[in-house]
Structures are given as C-alpha cells and as structure tokens.
Design a protein around this ligand. Structure first.
Ligand SMILES: [Zn+2]
Length: 387
C-alpha cells in the first residue's frame, strides 16, 4: 500500500499537497508551480524600456495590418476590469479594434452595462456574437449528466470558436485579450482541463447525454485551432503583459472615467462561472480555484500570503443569500429541477477520459506533433495560461 504523502504547504504561495498531490518542493520549501510562474513571467512579461519597445513594435504591426480595413484587431471583452482597461489603452494607442462581446446567455446585467458604458464612451464599434442558447443549454446539461469536472467547456470552446470566426468576419489577424500573466499566471495541471479543444470528447458527451443535434453551436478542435493559428496566422496577443499592469489601479481608473462597477471576485461577471467556481467546484469536486488565483497574485507581488490564507478559510460565497439566488437562477435557466441538481451533486465523478477523446490519440502521436510544430512556426503569442 502507498503511504499517504505528509501534508506540506508551499512557503511562498498557498498551494499544498492536499490540493495538488503532484506538487514538488525545493530546499526552501518553494513549490514547482511558483517556479513555473517565475519562468512564465520571464518569458511573457516585459516592463520598463523592454516593454515599451515591444509595445511600440506591436502598435506598428497592428497599424500596418489595417491597410484597407477600418479595424486593426479584434478586442475581446468580458465586462471585467482587464479587458475593459485594455479597451481604454487601445484608444490611447490610436488603435481601432472591433470590440467583441460574446453573449452565451450567462452574462450578468452588470457586466453588460460595464461593456456598454466603456465602449460607448470610447467610440469603438461593438459586435455581439450570440451563441444559440437552446443548443448551449442542451450541451451544458449533457456535461452535468456526464459527471465530468469541466462544466465550462461548452461555453469556453464556443468562445474560442467565436474569436476566430469574428477575426475572419472582420478580416483581421490579431485578437487582443485582457489575459495577463501577473494576475492570471499559471494553474497547477490538476486545476486545468486538457479537454477545452477536444471536440471528440465534447461530441461523445453530447451524443450520450444530449437531447438535440448541435447545428449552430460554434465549436473548434485542435486541428482547426492549429490551422487558424499556424497556417492562417491569426494571433492572440496579451498586451497587458507589456505594461506594468496593476489591476487595482485599472479598476479605479475605470470607475472614475467610465462609471465601471466592480463585480467582486475573478470571472464573476458571468453567473454560471460564479456558481460553478463558488459552489459546484469546491463542494462536489473539492477544487478551490481561489487558491491558484491567489497564489499567482502572491507570486506577482499583488497580494500578501497571510491575506490569502485568511480568505480561503471562508467559503467562496460570503453571501449565502447571493449563493441561493444564483442557484435558483442557474436551475431555472438550465431547466433543471432542485431534485435533479441534488442528484447531480451526489452522483459519482467521472473523468473526461471515460469518454472518447482526441487526447487518447494525441498522446500516442505526441512525437510526430512535436516534429510538425518545429517546422511550422507559431502564429500565436498566446501563452498557455488559463483563465
Ligand atoms: Zn508555491
């Protein structure tokens, strides 16, 4: 029998052996995720003169790419501070993005209002991509019934597909996002789903548990992602990595200049994500995403370790009434009864691997794929960090 690992917590961040069993510590007790963060920071974050130079090159590249087009890039906004602050910067940099907002049916009223306020004020064109709600709903319910952990895949895959479809529609090659290493960093592998682009897995789950055929749902798999990024040269760019980005200062500016309002914790501009991360993930799957998020903030010097340790002692929902409201909203919108939800919370957890998957194939073909990647240079600057 394998001896259980003695409990140990990182001396720098707040990740531990309980949350992340594969965690490794160095002689100072600092974990491998902290080292991965430092490495990612070295590769993706540029401040001072170096950042300024890279930013100038980026601005020139975007303006050159405009040619006969009125837009030079797609700017994806969620309603949160990062992407809307980036919209503010785009104006200052003389760019003219087509601003993309994706309506997946779950955005809070506040996030939509935030987007409208900021974008109208800046005078940019706003394009809303609406994902067919009936199909998304059926797919989300299929993921609930399957008992797999990543219930956000139906939305996230469609989001990625919509990014590329919008870039093609407006004939631009650059997609700007508010993603940034300093606040989003790097998640431990067990917090990250490897199945975001696994359309074989998605179709298998839909086939077994869905009730309708997906006709309008925009999905994207590994091959089309590869084609768009490497062959068509559509790039994801994260400009907040090129400035000394401070989220709290960005929030203050947005509040003061645009009447933007805070929605609380990360990704809580979306009610599904709020309830999923705040209740379903910790209660059913034992995953507290705040731990990796706060750890990133500690590593980037934006949060004190003691503060993070104190915060995670309390459940993610500090407002019981809000939690109940969100649950009622989610069940009503999905058309799920309270009894069905109670069954879901108790049913056994299943791995995404229990269903057919491209990853099975990918694992066996990994050496060949590595070779192809070597000879087809990347068109994407997007690092592999996760939301
Ligand atoms: Zn650590």
């Amino acid at each position: 029998m394998i001896e259980p690992r003695p409990f140990q917590i990182c001396s720098r961040c707040i990740l531990d052996t309980k949350d992340y069993p594969e965690i490794i510590f160095d002689e100072q007790g600092v974990c491998n995720i902290c080292h991965t963060f430092d490495d990612l920071k070295r590769r993706t974050v540029f401040s001072g003169e170096e950042g300024k130079l890279k930013l100038e090159l980026l601005q020139a590249e975007l303006q050159n790419s405009r040619k006969n087009n009125i837009y030079d890039c797609v700017l994806a906004v969620s309603g949160g501070a990062d992407s809307l602050y980036l919209a503010h910067l785009c104006k200052a940099w003389g760019l003219n993005p087509i601003v993309l907002h994706i309506d997946n049916g779950w955005n809070s009223e506040l996030s939509v209002k935030n987007i409208e306020n900021v974008i109208r004020h800046l005078g940019f064109d706003l394009y809303t991509y609406v994902i067919d709600w009936q199909e998304l709903r059926d797919l989300q319910l299929a993921y609930f019934k399957a008992g797999v952990v990543d219930l956000d895949i139906p939305s996230e895959n469609a989001l990625m597909a919509a990014f590329y479809l919008t870039a093609k529609k407006f004939k631009v090659k650059h997609i700007l996002t508010g993603h940034n290493t300093m606040t989003e960093g790097w998640l431990p592998p067990n917090f990250v789903s490897q199945y975001k682009l696994d359309t074989r897995n998605l179709r298998a789950i839909q086939k077994q548990f869905g009730t309708i055929k997906l006709k309008k749902y925009p999905s994207i798999g590994f091959v089309r992602h590869f084609y768009n990024s490497r062959i068509k040269g559509i790039k994801f760019i994260n400009p907040l990595n090129l400035i000394d980005y401070r989220k709290e200062e960005a929030k203050k500016l947005l509040e003061k200049d645009y009447g933007w309002r805070d929605y609380g914790s990360k990704h809580f501009e979306n009610i599904f994500t709020r309830f999923y991360q705040g209740y379903i993930l910790p209660v059913k799957f034992g995953v507290d995403k705040r731990k990796s998020h706060y750890s990133t903030l500690i590593c980037s010097g934006q949060m004190k370790r003691e503060e993070a340790l104190e915060l995670v002692k309390h459940p993610p929902y500090h407002d019981q009434q809000l939690m109940e409201e969100d649950q009622r909203f989610l069940l009503k919108k999905l058309g799920m009864s309270e009894d069905d939800f109670a069954v879901f919370m108790k049913q056994p957890i299943r791995s995404h691997d229990d269903f057919p998957s491209y990853l099975h194939l990918y694992r066996s073909l990994r050496p060949v794929i590595k070779l192809v990647r070597k000879f087809v240079p990347s068109g994407s600057q997007k690092d592999k960090s996760n939301k």
